[in-house]
Design a protein around this ligand. Structure first.
Ligand SMILES: *[C@@H]1O[C@H](CO)[C@@H](O)[C@H](O)[C@H]1NC(C)=O
Ligand SMILES: *[C@@H]1O[C@H](CO)[C@@H](O)[C@H](O)[C@H]1NC(C)=O
Ligand SMILES: *[C@@H]1O[C@H](CO)[C@@H](O)[C@H](O)[C@H]1NC(C)=O
Ligand SMILES: *[C@@H]1O[C@H](CO)[C@@H](O)[C@H](O)[C@H]1NC(C)=O
Ligand SMILES: *[C@@H]1O[C@H](CO)[C@@H](O)[C@H](O)[C@H]1NC(C)=O
Ligand SMILES: *[C@@H]1O[C@H](CO)[C@@H](O)[C@H](O)[C@H]1NC(C)=O
Length: 453
């Protein structure tokens, strides 16, 4: 999930020019430095900051695998008006997030919440939710939105900020939410912020999974989504992680994600990786060294976790014929499953599957035979070639559902033209092979190979 104003935001023109890749050797010797850049040193997070990730529950139980919507896709190569809900099942990491009650002696209300580095607001669904149809906005029953347990305001300690409201929509799902802004005590793992600004959602156009009913937005303050009720002017505030840093709940402004690959059919809510808040995940998760690159700001302001990189791909086995894109920018987004890449590369890369992945305008994704042979594809970040694991190239999401007996998705979706101002997405499919540290302290991202699991 990516706060969807991304496509409207301007970024500086792209500098085209290939970076010479360096091949990474794993675990070469015991004195492999932790970071390629020797001036960087980051500790493992304290045990209170180590949080178990879970997989998106009931991944294969969505009401409908396809949800056609009427939003124009004109900006995406003029392919038609309809797209599909991003049903890359089992690949959205979630956590159990606790919202405190007025009576602090009670355990609080816990909600399965998406972990989203592509947006900054944290929200939960209120028990007075009005669910509406995602296309027509016609009112529906609460159950129709498919949320898990709802927030009970009568026991919760949500304090309304009555002058503000919340409104957001997400890319690529095109789901949207509205509600109230306020303060609540929030606990993530063993870390509590007693008074965090959050959103309580009472209006939703959503396709839920029956279990999750919240989201933890981990982006920067600049992309929060509160506004003044009277003027409509946006009102920036500190998201949960920013508050943790400012209030000393964590000792350093770094969190790290190790998102697991969760095969289709894995039982709901099985452990699905680890989040470390205030440092790195334990060393058992990665092979050092970490490669570090700068987070790109937009006009001097940090928004998303945007990095410069190239994309390299070719037929597996014929390494003399790899294609390398020019340098472009992508947002590293834990809440978006596929990688969105420039149109020309999406076409060329998807054609290299055997049999080729085919663009499907109804789904607005490339679908591929589940038994196809995948090509080689890698992001080159900080000069280091970081490949997709072949297991993640073919996403078995729709596979097996009625009408989709042998239909899979390609991991690479069309993100539009590679022009100045267009930013792309490095999705969770890629992140499953890497440990990613989000370092707001240094305005850097650090990437290490995930140990095989
Ligand atoms: C990243 O790309 C932008 C846009 O081309 C450029 O202005 C910036 O200098 C690049 N940053 C780095 C660290 O390469
Ligand atoms: C797009 O929407 C218009 C108006 O609703 C409709 O007439 C047209 O057939 C649609 N095109 C596609 C490709 O669905
Ligand atoms: C989330 O927290 C609730 C309340 O403690 C608990 O009942 C539930 O089992 C937890 N779920 C998971 C998947 O840990
Ligand atoms: C918060 O205040 C607004 C504005 O007065 C009001 O419309 C809304 O119902 C309130 N929400 C809650 C949860 O009290
Ligand atoms: C696109 O996918 C839909 C749903 O599976 C299918 O009905 C349709 O035939 C596909 N279109 C193409 C061009 O493959
Ligand atoms: C490419 O080929 C190698 C050697 O046969 C194999 O180990 C690897 O999994 C293949 N990669 C892809 C993306 O299929």
């Amino acid at each position: 999930m990516l706060l969807s104003v991304v496509l409207a935001l301007g970024v500086p023109p792209l500098a085209l020019g290939a970076v010479a890749p360096v091949h990474h050797q794993r675990g070469v010797s015991d004195d492999t430095p932790l970071f390629t850049r020797r001036d960087i040193s980051i500790e493992e997070a304290s045990s209170a900051g180590i949080v178990q990730l879970l997989q998106n529950p009931k991944p294969d139980h969505f009401r409908s695998p396809i949800h056609a919507r009427q939003r124009s896709l004109d900006r995406r190569a003029g392919t038609g008006n309809e797209t599909v809900n991003t049903l890359f099942s089992g690949v959205y990491p979630v956590v159990n997030l606790t919202w405190g009650n007025t009576n602090a002696n009670t355990p609080g209300q816990q909600f399965i919440s998406f972990i989203d580095t592509g947006s900054s607001d944290s929200w939960v669904i209120s028990s007075d939710l009005q669910c509406v149809d995602i296309n027509t906005r016609v009112p529906l029953s609460q159950e129709a939105c498919g949320f898990g347990p709802l927030y009970d305001s009568s026991t919760g300690s949500f304090t309304n900020i009555s002058a503000q409201k919340f409104s957001i929509s997400y890319f690529p799902e095109e789901e949207s939410l509205q509600g109230d802004m306020g303060y609540a005590p929030i606990t993530l793992g063993g870390l509590t912020v007693p008074k965090q600004e959050v959103a309580l959602v009472n209006y939703a156009a959503w396709i839920g999974d029956g279990s999750s009913s919240g989201l933890l937005g981990l982006g920067y303050p600049a992309i929060t989504s509160a506004s003044n009720r009277k003027t409509g002017k946006s009102v920036e505030y500190d998201p949960l992680f920013t508050t943790m840093v400012k209030q000393g709940v964590v000792s350093t402004a770094i969190f790290t994600l190790a998102i697991d690959r969760v095969p289709q059919g894995t039982s709901p809510l099985a452990p699905a990786g680890l989040m470390a808040v205030g440092g790195l995940v334990p060393a058992s998760y990665y092979d050092a060294p970490f490669t570090s690159v700068a987070i790109q700001s937009s006009g001097g302001e940090f928004t998303w976790y945007t990095i410069n990189h190239t994309l390299k791909y070719g037929t597996n086995g014929s390494f003399t014929e790899l294609t390398t894109s020019g340098t472009y920018q992508s947002i590293v987004d834990s809440g978006t499953s596929p990688n969105f890449i420039p149109t020309s590369h999406a076409k060329a890369l998807n054609a290299l599957f055997d049999p080729p992945a085919v663009y499907n305008a109804t789904l607005d994704y490339y679908t591929v035979d589940c038994d196809a042979t995948a090509p080689y594809a890698a992001y080159v970040i900080g000069g280091v070639e970081m490949a997709m694991d072949p297991q993640d190239m073919i996403v078995r999401s729709l596979n097996g559902l009625p009408g989709y007996e042998n239909v899979c998705f390609s991991a690479f979706a069309d993100g539009g033209a590679q022009t100045a101002g267009n930013v792309f997405i490095i999705g969770a499919v890629w992140q499953r092979s890497y440990v990613v540290a989000y370092d707001q302290a240094r305005s850097m991202m650090h990437f290490a190979n995930r140990k095989p699991y």
